[in-house]
Design a protein around this ligand. Structure first.
Ligand code: M6R
Length: 608
């Protein structure tokens, strides 16, 4: 997704901007650009399609000297990836330069009005409209002009703007798309993501929706879209760059897979006190819980797969039918959501556009929101009634791994918290669940040390055109996550469905050598799963089973088996996902793919 970095202060703008953009490369992009203002107010803009290296090469001969600038890495939404569509976008007279994340939904209307006034446009982007609006509305006061422009914009936008009319000044505007400032006594760095400013400073100020940051030399002040000054608090972040680097692993994904025992323990330690779940004021009271007659879960992608598993445990503990819906669907279909609904929203980034939109819609209908997210201060965290953090640390690889397992930990502990408050769990049962959760740490650790079989297994499936992922009950939910993982980084089509559904049509696709991966952790469904394995083997399929230790019959019927330690059946997805993550990783590697930055994908999908 697009990345923004801006600088205003006493130091060299270009250096800070390029360094910040390099850090944001993991988000995925197709072009990059920079604008710098020199002391005399001359605005120079350089943009290139392709990797940042190409932009850097173009900059070497230019020696941009200036203390104010903006930069961007773009992931195309309006207009194909090209030099002209890359950001910054410059106004017709060349005096305003704009970088933008998000989508200006009414840009066609705005563009028509500007065209009618005689403006011409060089790009296909919605962002160029913003640059021309600044030119059109320019009052001689940068902030006042921004207030006028902001009133016209609809949609989602994080904007960084500089102008030759206002040397020494930088503006940041935020609505529905994240924007943070890193501050020190030398100046301000503006960015769409915290990692881009971590090397500069650990002191940050997050903009809220409808806020403007006005930076002048080494000072800054804040205003609403109405132009009223507001006071903002500074936060100190404790992430460091090492935490966000690969730490000796070949890829972020591998590093993040290996962090899982540690982060699961951290998440548990943060949520469990004296052997019992204790979520403090970031959970609902008994009275509030009693007022809910429905619990919905929503999310996208991997986070949705975690939500579906969590739902099963909620139903078990609360004895209440719960509902889950993909966020991009829930936004447009919520007939039963009302003020007696609790909506549990799961999002690693806390910025996913679809999830945010579904949540806002439900909130408007009176639902209460409990967010599970990994990013402190993210949009979802800020807008929810209660927030449970995953404590997974920064997740850089596009393929989500440690976020999934820590999302599960959040969901399990929330269900236990609710059950405890509603008097549905006796102390003994509660403590037994807590013990099972803590036991996962050692079991995950064990699985992480047994990495070896996956290279060989990847060799067996890497040339497949498609792979089936099957399971029954909660194992089907684990299989869905395994299928998504292999699809997104190996580019092999993978389909997942409940094993019992195979004979109702899809079995026609089975032929010699087609890989079928079974997840089998539920003892009560073992016999049925064994029959399914035999069924596919009889059609010549290659079978790989991920099964619980002690399920020896699985070994007899499968071509290959990976065993996971025994655990409480509801918690088995935490273990069953690990072999599937490793398998996806090794397959992607064997195919020579870019593991951490798969094609067409971005870490954070902030547009709907
Ligand atoms: O940041 P979120 O958890 O809201 O992201 C949701 C999905 O985009 C994300 O889980 C995606 O499916 C992952 N790339 C999967 O690995």
């Amino acid at each position: 997704m697009c990345g923004i970095v801006g600088y205003c202060g006493k130091k060299n703008a270009e250096d800070h901007i390029i360094h910040g953009l390099e850090i944001l490369e993991y988000r995925g992009y197709d072009s990059a650009g920079i604008s710098v203002l020199n002391e005399d107010g001359k605005l120079t803009t350089v943009k290139r399609v392709g990797k940042l290296e190409i932009l850097k090469d173009a900059l070497t001969s230019l020696h941009l000297e200036g203390h104010v600038g903006i930069g961007h890495t773009r992931w195309a939404t309006h207009g194909i990836p090209s030099d002209k569509n890359a950001h910054p976008q410059v106004s017709e007279d060349g005096s305003f330069s704009v970088v933008h994340n998000g989508i200006i939904e009414n840009f066609i209307d705005l563009k028509s009005k500007l065209l009618a006034k005689g403006y011409t446009f060089k790009s296909d982007t919605d962002t160029e409209v913003v640059a021309n609006l600044f030119q059109d509305y320019n009052t001689g006061d940068f902030l006042e002009t921004a207030v006028k422009v902001a009133k016209d914009l609809k949609g989602a936008f994080a904007l960084g703007i500089i102008s030759s009319h206002y040397p020494g000044e930088l503006l940041g505007l935020r609505y529905q798309s994240p924007l943070v400032l890193g501050v020190d006594d030398q100046g301000t760095i503006l960015a769409s993501d915290i990692p881009a400013i971590m090397d500069y400073t650990k002191d940050i100020i997050s903009l809220e929706n409808g806020e403007i940051a006005y930076c002048q030399e080494d000072q800054r002040s804040f205003y609403s879209f109405e132009g009223e000054e507001i006071q903002k608090n500074m936060e100190h972040i404790d992430w460091n760059f090492e935490q966000a680097s690969k730490d000796g692993y070949a890829h972020f994904m591998l590093k993040e897979i290996h962090e899982q025992a540690e982060v699961i323990k951290k998440a548990l330690d943060m949520k469990i006190k004296d052997g019992k779940v204790s979520l403090g004021d970031q959970s609902f009271s008994k009275e509030e819980l009693a007022s809910f007659d429905k619990i919905y879960f929503t999310a996208c992608g991997t986070a949705y797969h975690a939500a579906e598993v969590g739902l099963r445990f909620f139903e078990e503990i609360l004895g209440l039918k719960c509902q889950s819906e993909i966020a991009s669907e829930l936004k447009y279909y919520q007939p039963f959501i009302d003020d007696k609904t609790l909506l549990v929203v799961v999002s690693q980034s806390g910025e996913t556009g679809d999830t945010l939109a579904a949540m806002e819609e439900a909130k408007a209908k009176g639902a209460k929101i409990l967010a599970i997210t990994n990013v402190v201060g993210s949009s979802i965290a800020r807008q929810a009634d209660k927030v449970q953090y995953c404590f997974a640390g920064p997740e850089i690889s596009v393929a989500s791994t440690k976020a999934y397992t820590t999302q599960l930990i959040c969901l399990y502990t929330i269900a236990l918290d609710f059950g405890q408050k509603l008097g549905l769990l006796d102390d003994q049962t509660h403590q037994a669940y807590v013990q099972d959760l803590y036991d996962l740490v050692g079991k995950v650790d064990l699985l992480l040390r047994r990495e070896d079989p996956y290279k060989d297994l990847a060799g067996k499936i890497k040339n497949a055109k498609e792979i089936f992922y099957l399971g029954r009950g909660i194992d089907y939910l684990s299989a869905k996550e395994g299928a998504l993982k292999i699809k997104e980084i190996s580019y092999i089509n993978a389909v997942s469905f409940p094993s019992g559904e195979l004979k109702h049509g899809s079995i026609a696709l089975l032929e010699d050598g087609v890989p079928v991966i079974f997840v089998i952790t539920q003892e009560s469904l073992l016999d049925k799963s064994i029959s399914n394995i035999k069924e596919v083997k009889a059609r010549g399929a290659y079978t790989l089973s991920i099964a619980m230790e002690g399920m020896d019959q699985v070994d007899e019927v499968s071509d290959d088996v990976v065993k996971v330690p025994r655990t409480n059946p509801f918690f088995a997805p935490v273990l069953a996902v690990l072999p599937q993550q490793f398998l996806a990783y090794e397959t992607s590697l064997a195919l020579g793919n870019d593991v951490d930055k798969p094609r067409n994908l971005a870490k954070s999908v902030t547009v709907e």
